[in-house]
Unconditional design. Structure first.
Length: 279
């Protein structure tokens, strides 16, 4: 198995939204913000090559929306999606499978692009199957007022129209050494990849635990549709990580790519922090 982690781009969001009911006086001690209360998040994607498959996990924002949209996102830096793949020796045509943790715009937007004439859309990865949990797909296409600005039709419907949509009905192994777990606190049908790599278990925590600062059970995003469920799901993942020495891989943490965990007087917290390339 080969595995790579790269950052498509950084973006900025309101720190209060990312930490929900936790006061800024507390969260600002562990995650810095600017004068406008904005914090920097990353958009890290995984590439996993295993069993004849080249798998890409999540695809970032993409670039289909207008200038006004991206002005609010404050996207900056990073390697870019196609360029990040190219630096690791892959073309878009080499990707056999795209695994989307969920269909919020910052996780799936890059999987669909404008066609050459900008009259319609096409897949960024034309040879790939796009894997989404059935629960998330049905939730997203139905849409709802709470998540309407995150479920964008141009990111979602072209995947179905292309005939490349693969719906995942249950947890388990999708590819050799690559499994998914399905959760519902952040959004129904959130898929979290779990990968067996070099004798270790990697948990790509996605929006269940977006940064290491979100390890405390009640430090959660206001974007979660069922915050109490998020707490229970985090507890499950963290207790498993503690018991089995799993490595947590953070998608959105500006400073920390990976960590192991330990039990402290305040609960399960980060132990060793390191780069993905150090695994």
């Amino acid at each position: 198995m080969k595995a790579y982690l790269f950052n498509i781009a950084n973006f900025r969001v309101d720190g209060g939204a990312m930490f929900g009911v936790v006061p800024k006086a507390l969260w600002s001690r562990v995650y810095r913000s600017d004068e406008n209360n904005l914090i920097v998040l990353t958009l890290r994607s995984l590439i996993i090559e295993t069993g004849g498959h080249v798998i890409l996990v999540d695809t970032g924002w993409g670039d289909k929306q207008n200038e006004k949209f991206f002005r609010h996102v404050h996207q900056h830096d990073g390697e870019g999606l196609v360029e990040g793949l190219r630096k690791r020796g892959y073309r878009p045509e080499d990707i056999t499978d795209v695994v989307l943790t969920h269909l919020h715009a910052d996780h799936c937007g890059g999987g669909v692009k404008w066609n050459q004439s900008r009259t319609g859309y096409e897949l960024t990865f034309p040879e790939a199957e796009y894997h989404v949990s059935r629960l998330q797909w049905e939730w997203a296409v139905k849409n709802n007022l709470r998540e309407a600005d995150a479920f964008l039709e141009e990111n979602i419907i072209p995947v179905s129209d292309s005939g490349h949509l693969s719906l995942v009905d249950e947890e388990g192994e999708l590819f050799q050494g690559f499994s998914v777990r399905i959760f519902g606190g952040h959004t129904p049908g959130l898929m979290i990849p779990v990968i067996k790599y070099k004798g270790r278990t990697l948990v790509y925590t996605g929006d269940l635990i977006p940064t290491a600062a979100h390890l405390p059970l009640i430090w959660n995003m206001s974007y979660d549709v069922e915050s109490l469920k998020t707490i229970d799901e985090k507890r499950e993942i963290l207790e498993e990580a503690l018991a089995n020495n799993h490595i947590l891989v953070f998608q959105h943490d500006e400073n920390i790519e990976c960590c192991t965990v330990e039990l402290t007087g305040k609960g399960i917290r980060a132990k060793d922090k390191f780069l993905f390339s150090e695994i």
